[in-house]
Structure formats: structure tokens, C-alpha cells
Design a protein around this ligand. Structure first.
Ligand SMILES: NC(=O)c1ccc[n+]([C@@H]2O[C@H](COP(=O)([O-])OP(=O)(O)OC[C@H]3O[C@@H](n4cnc5c(N)ncnc54)[C@H](OP(=O)(O)O)[C@@H]3O)[C@@H](O)[C@H]2O)c1
Length: 268
């Protein structure tokens, strides 16, 4: 199996490295990292046993794939030596909002480029990542990508312009869910429960409902209807959600995040 280099060794790189090592078949010696101040790279290497590169040259010496995992704002000032050092390599970027065209300016001779949009549950292998490649992926490159993104959870290929909508739904989505959990907790307190009890009920309800949805693999509406008897308690609650145009609010939420993503990535 080819070796994988990480440029940037913060939260996202660490999540990928952890997932890769947990799932196999890659071993710590197959992975190498380098970061800006080397603080995070040293910590990642010490914690996981992967190799620490002392320079860009040594980072890319044996690597067939480069994962670009620094902050999006660092791309503009990326080291020009990267152009030659990534010649013939596969480059996978996790930089939010950075288009394939911008990546191509920094990695013009890469054999292929993949732009990805992961989300935070990837930190525990429960993420979903949208991705788009510059050109059709060769079979071997698809296998490397599946390995990398599989370390974070599931993945879905989309056309590059759709990555803004992916950002609006799954990239920002965990924050909507956290906000919903907080709202459900506060509502429980308003209904007379203690904060601790309401929080436990809200969090476990979200987790349980999510798991049930994943296990059953049927439309959420079907599961909703199964717990809604005419004129019952759930019916009363859902009536109130509909009166407040819950679905319209969620649609506006996702469209606002998608529009902001489009705006932020317009010239990048
Ligand atoms: N976290 C998420 O859930 C998430 C979701 C989607 C996309 N992303 C994307 O993932 C990327 C990384 O995010 P993160 O949360 O992992 O950030 P982070 O924890 O702040 O890590 C940033 C990393 O970049 C390194 N770095 C800084 N300057 C550099 C340079 N000039 N060359 C090489 N490395 C440099 C830092 O190194 P030192 O600290 O050692 O200097 C650090 O290892 C971002 O582009 C973000 O858009 C993250």
C-alpha cells in the first residue's frame, strides 16, 4: 500500500490518521506528517507513532498521496516547491471552500486532485464527506480515497458546484443538530424538568432516533408516522412544529449556509 503524507496535522488530519490506523491496513510507518510550527505534527507523531517529516522534501520522499489539511487561508501562501514535490502524486484537500481550480494552481502536476468537505462527526468515524475530483479517478486512486474518507465515516461523490450545498447540509449540519439538542433540553426545562434530566432526555432521544433511522433505512416520515396517533401527544407537538413552519425554517437555514459557502468560495 502506498504511503500517505499529511501537510497540516490538526484536528482533521488527526481524525483521519486515527481512523486509518484503527481500521487498517495502513501502519504508522505508512503515514508521515508535517505542520506549520511542527507543534501539532510532533504531537500527532508522538501520540500515534506515525513519522514526523523534517522538511517538505522528506514529507514527499516516499509519499504517493498528499492530504492537504492546513487552514484554507494558508493555501495562498503555500510553498511553491509543492508544485514539483507533488508531481505525479494524488492530492486530497480537506480545505473548506477551496476550489479545484485553486488547488490546481498550487499542485499543477499532481496526477489527480480531490476536493473534499468532511464534517465534525468524522472525529469519531461517524462523519459524512462530500467530494469531487478534477478528473475521473483511476481504480487505485479511488481505493486510496475510499481508505482516507472511510477513516472518517461515509462519503458521497458530487459535482463540484454541489459542494456548497453539501456544506449547507452536512458540513454545517452537526451545528444545527447541536442547536436542536439544546432547544429540546431548554424546552424540557420549560416543561418542568431539571436541566440535567432534560439534557439527558434530549441527547439520548436524538441519538436513539438517529440510530433507529439508520438501522431501519426507511423514510423519516414513515418512522414519524409510526409514533404519531391521531390526536395524541406527538400529534399535538407536530401540529405546533408545522404551525411554526419548521420545515420552511430548516430549508431557509440550509439555503443560507449554502449561499454563504458559495460566497466564501467565489474567488477561492
Ligand atoms: N475540523 C473539521 O471538522 C473540519 C471540517 C471540514 C473541513 N475542515 C478543514 O480541515 C482543515 C484543517 O482544519 P482543522 O480543524 O484540522 O484545523 P487545525 O486543528 O487548526 O489544524 C491546522 C493545521 O495546519 C497547520 N499549519 C499551519 N500553517 C501551516 C503551513 N504553512 N503549512 C503546513 N501546515 C500548516 C497547523 O500546524 P501548527 O499548529 O503545528 O503550526 C495545524 O496542524 C481546514 O482547512 C478546514 O477547512 C475541517
Amino acid at each position: 500500500m502506498s504511503k500517505i503524507a499529511f501537510l497540516g496535522a490538526g484536528n482533521m488530519a488527526a481524525a483521519m490518521v486515527d481512523g486509518l490506523l484503527n481500521k487498517g491496513p495502513l501502519k504508522p510507518a505508512d503515514l508521515i506528517c508535517l505542520s506549520g510550527s511542527q507543534q501539532t505534527a510532533t504531537a500527532l507523531a508522538n501520540r500515534t507513532g506515525i513519522r514526523l517529516a523534517g522538511s517538505l522534501e522528506s514529507l514527499m520522499l516516499e509519499a504517493d498521496t498528499l492530504v492537504v489539511a492546513f487552514k484554507p487561508q494558508h493555501l495562498a501562501a503555500a510553498d511553491p516547491r509543492l508544485a514539483l514535490l507533488t508531481q505525479g502524486r494524488l492530492v486530497v484537500s480537506v480545505l473548506a471552500g477551496k476550489k479545484l481550480a485553486s488547488l490546481e494552481r498550487v499542485f499543477p502536476q499532481a496526477r489527480n486532485l480531490v476536493r473534499t468537505m468532511p464534517n465534525t462527526p468524522g472525529q469519531i468515524g461517524a462523519g459524512i464527506t462530500g467530494w469531487s475530483a478534477k478528473a475521473n479517478l483511476q481504480v487505485a486512486d479511488r481505493a486510496i480515497l475510499d481508505l482516507l474518507l472511510g477513516a472518517l465515516g461515509l462519503s458521497v461523490e458530487v459535482a463540484e458546484p454541489d459542494l456548497d450545498a453539501v456544506t449547507g447540509v452536512s458540513g454545517s449540519g452537526p451545528a444545527y443538530v447541536f442547536e436542536f439538542a439544546a432547544a429540546l433540553r431548554d424546552a424540557g426545562v420549560a416543561a418542568g424538568l431539571s436541566h440535567a434530566t432534560a439534557e439527558k432526555l434530549a441527547v439520548e432521544t436524538l441519538l436513539g432516533a438517529g440510530r433507529l433511522l439508520a438501522r431501519k433505512q426507511i423514510d423519516p416520515e414513515v418512522l414519524r408516522n409510526q409514533v404519531t396517533s391521531p390526536n395524541g401527544t406527538t400529534f399535538a407537538g407536530l401540529q405546533r412544529l408545522a404551525a411554526g413552519d419548521f420545515r420552511g425554517l430548516i430549508r431557509e437555514t440550509v439555503l443560507a449556509a449554502t449561499a454563504r459557502s458559495r460566497e466564501l468560495s467565489r474567488d477561492s
